[in-house]
Write a protein that binds this ligand. Structure first.
Ligand SMILES: Nc1ncnc2c1ncn2[C@@H]1O[C@H](COP(=O)(O)OP(=O)(O)OP(=O)(O)O)[C@@H](O)[C@H]1O
Ligand SMILES: [Mg+2]
Length: 266
């Protein structure tokens, strides 16, 4: 085990009935970094995330979190061990207010079940921390707004706040800026950067402005395999990477200019 890596995979492979979606991936995520996982559509990025968070069983390979083999762990245990994926585990409840959503997330983080909500004293104890988190993501003035009534970008900010409420040591974000306009992209970028000051972030992202702007290390996947790894400038200049992106809109070398979130069609 190398203490400077919070997450390591070895030979991680996933086959779907003969089709290899993730092939022999050795991923090493350095503690304290923002690590980007990029690649053309269908490269295996989401499958990788699903393997890491145990939503899928690997066909082969091992996953280590803080040096501990977690390949056979249950998904709930993974979150307890400090690795939390946003936009999935931390669902936002649309009919609750922003503050209520944070309370739910904080209770969940403490392993307290929902019917203890009735205790007003417990709730008010949580509100200090809840408001601090809302401050962090720029939502303090929206505390009493019903989640469903907020614009898209703010909902994503709320999702990040509910993830942070679980105090993850390693936060996984799958396309955090997907479908956002410029302003929201900038806000979420700044927010991820701030959140990363105290933790490690592994994020899938198509928007090269975001990747080049905040990722310390980038792993490029193509057709299931790792093509390149390093700082943005190095991977963007890598000929295998350029070739893999050829004919797609999302090339790292060129996408620094247009700020359109590529791959936002869905
Ligand atoms: N459950 C599944 N069964 C069969 N094939 C699958 C399954 N899940 C993913 N795949 C295939 O595995 C490949 C990788 O898919 P994945 O969703 O991981 O790509 P991705 O890099 O996240 O792409 P995108 O950028 O479009 O989100 C694709 O060819 C996909 O069709
Ligand atoms: Mg995906």
């Amino acid at each position: 085990m190398n203490g400077s890596y919070i997450l390591e995979t070895e030979g991680l492979t996933k086959e779907f009935r003969g089709f290899v979606a993730v092939r022999d991936v050795n991923l090493r995520v350095r503690r304290g970094e923002i690590h980007g996982l990029i690649g053309p559509n269908g490269a295996g990025k989401t499958t990788c995330f699903n393997l890491l968070t145990k939503f899928l069983e690997p066909s082969q390979g091992t996953i280590r979190l803080n040096g501990r083999d977690i390949t056979a762990e249950q998904p709930q245990r993974i979150a307890r061990m400090g690795m939390v994926r946003s936009f999935q585990i931390s669902a936002v409840f649309p009919h609750l207010t922003v503050l209520e959503n944070l309370r739910v997330a904080l209770l969940r983080g403490q392993g307290i079940s929902y019917h203890f909500w009735k205790s007003g004293r417990l709730l008010s104890r949580l509100d200090g921390r809840a408001m601090q988190l809302l401050e962090d993501v720029g939502l303090a003035s929206h505390a009493h707004v019903v989640a469903a009534e907020m614009p898209y970008g703010r909902k994503r900010a709320l999702e990040i706040a509910t993830t942070l409420a679980l105090e993850p040591e390693l936060m996984l974000l799958d396309e955090p800026t997907q479908g956002m306009g410029h302003e929201d992209v900038d806000r979420v970028m700044a927010l991820i950067k701030r959140a990363a000051a105290q933790r490690t972030v592994l994020m899938v992202e198509h928007n090269m402005k975001v990747v080049s702007g905040i990722c310390n290390t980038i792993t490029v996947l193509a057709r299931g395999s790792v093509l390149a790894e390093g700082a943005y400038a190095a991977v963007a200049a890598n000929s295998a990477v350029i070739e893999a992106y050829l004919g797609t809109e999302a090339a790292p070398a060129t996408a620094a200019t247009p700020a359109t979130p590529v791959g936002a069609a869905a």
